[in-house]
Design a protein around this ligand. Structure first.
Ligand code: PMP
Length: 401
């Protein structure tokens, strides 16, 4: 006998997007307490998708470009993606080495399904984007964590620790640069070391570089810059962040041709193809880098405002992130004083001040237990108002000792 609740056994270990839980709490607070909500929880740019992209989508619709495309995506877009990466990173990607996907998340999903057998180990940074570990567990794989090192200057990757986590079962290393949730831009030297570890140990390197245009200081080194990338790399990127296209759902994978062929088999079985007219619009996205650069300038200013305000909050230690659009302050002192764990702290902050932050433990293990993630993809006024409220909340806690 089968019950409707007899799920895939691995499902018991898999959780959904917990960030949404905090939004739900905020919605209730807004309704019942009539408190204004300030949302630092969001993981997306707040600007409308640039006009040229919107116009191209309308045009594609009006021209009847509404049918299935190839599972790999339209050639025109695959070509544009390859050209873009080649110009930007000096890579030599060919269009057959690109598959367009309905978002970077589905891209990551394809990569994990293609490779992970039950018992395979996947090395991930802790903290990291929550979805990597969940999908690995769904497939019966085992996430193995390497802790990022935290100091007042920010986070860094401990390459020796990463190396020490390699075992006979290690199949893949997942790397994400610039990094969600800490906003770290890893140094070119660290990127090179991670590439070397993958190459030398013959381990697949899955590199998620979806924030590669959100760089405020320092140099972004892509894993595509090594000329032998075909030997170890699966590269993932997308349109959500760079072109403010989160709702359009479009991403891509770059890997050597044989791998992309297999991805196409999976894609054809799972979702057939990415949305047709969205792909047409994305071709035009590559003409909007003036708008992208303006957005990044704006985000840099917002980062500075948030940082300047947040360093004034007693009990919180924060470093200035060089990339993405997240700040990941350490609230350890406040937690100790208040006796709250980070989750209850975040919930009380919503209930009492209407400010949504994401408790670090969502990402997903140990280090995050003292940290909160704040997105600065919101306007400056809101940043000032929200951080002021955090400051009041922190002072209340300090004073009630
Ligand atoms: N990777 C990282 C590191 C992300 O932060 C996100 C979005 N929050 C994604 C992938 C997924 O992006 P997409 O909207 O393209 O699915």
């Amino acid at each position: 006998m089968v019950s409707l609740l007899d799920f895939n056994e691995n499902m018991s270990q898999v959780t959904g997007e917990t960030t949404l839980l905090y939004k739900e709490i905020a919605r209730n607070v807004e309704k019942t307490k009539k408190i204004k909500i300030i949302d630092f929880g969001i993981g997306q740019p707040d600007l409308p998708t640039f006009k040229r992209i919107r116009d191209a989508a309308k045009e594609a619709l009006d021209q009847g470009f509404t049918f299935y495309t190839s599972a790999f995506g339209i050639d025109e877009l695959r070509e544009k993606i390859a050209q873009y990466l080649n110009t930007r990173y000096g890579a030599d990607v060919r269009k057959e080495e690109v598959i367009v996907t309905p978002g970077a998340k589905p891209a990551l999903f394809l990569v994990f399904i293609l490779y992970i057998n039950p018992g395979d180990e996947v090395i991930l940074p802790d903290p990291s984007f929550y979805s990597y570990a969940e999908v690995v567990k769904l497939l019966g794989g085992k996430p193995i964590y390497t802790n990022l090192k935290w100091s007042k200057e920010g986070f860094s990757i401990d390459v020796d620790d990463l190396q020490s986590k390699i075992s006979k079962r290690t199949k893949m290393i997942v790397f994400n640069n610039p990094h969600n949730p800490t906003g770290t831009l890893f140094s070119p030297n660290d990127v090179k070391k991670i590439v070397d570890i993958s190459r030398d140990n013959k381990i697949i390197l899955l590199s998620d570089e979806i924030y590669d245009n959100f760089v405020y200081e320092g140099k972004m080194r892509s894993t595509l810059e090594d000329s032998d990338w075909r030997d170890f790399l699966i590269y993932v990127n997308g349109f959500s962040k760079t072109f403010s296209m989160t709702g359009w759902r479009l991403g891509y994978i770059v890997a050597k041709r044989e791998i992309i062929q297999k991805m196409g088999v999976l894609a054809a079985n799972i979702y057939t193809a990415p949305t047709s007219f969205v792909q047409k619009a994305a071709v035009k996205a590559f003409d909007t880098f003036d708008e992208v650069n303006e957005m990044v300038k704006l985000f840099k200013k917002r980062r500075d405002v948030m940082y300047d305000q947040l360093i004034k909050v007693k009990g919180i230690e924060v470093s200035k992130p060089n990339g993405a659009f997240y700040m990941f302050p350490n609230a350890g002192k406040l937690l100790k004083i208040s006796g709250l764990d980070v989750k209850s702290f975040a919930i009380r902050l919503i209930e009492e001040k209407g400010v949504v932050t994401i408790p670090g433990e969502v990402f997903p293990l140990n280090i995050g237990k003292e940290f909160l993630r704040l997105s600065f993809a919101v306007n400056e006024e809101v940043i000032r108002e929200g951080v002021q409220k955090i400051r009041e909340f922190a002072e209340q806690m300090m004073n009630s000792r």
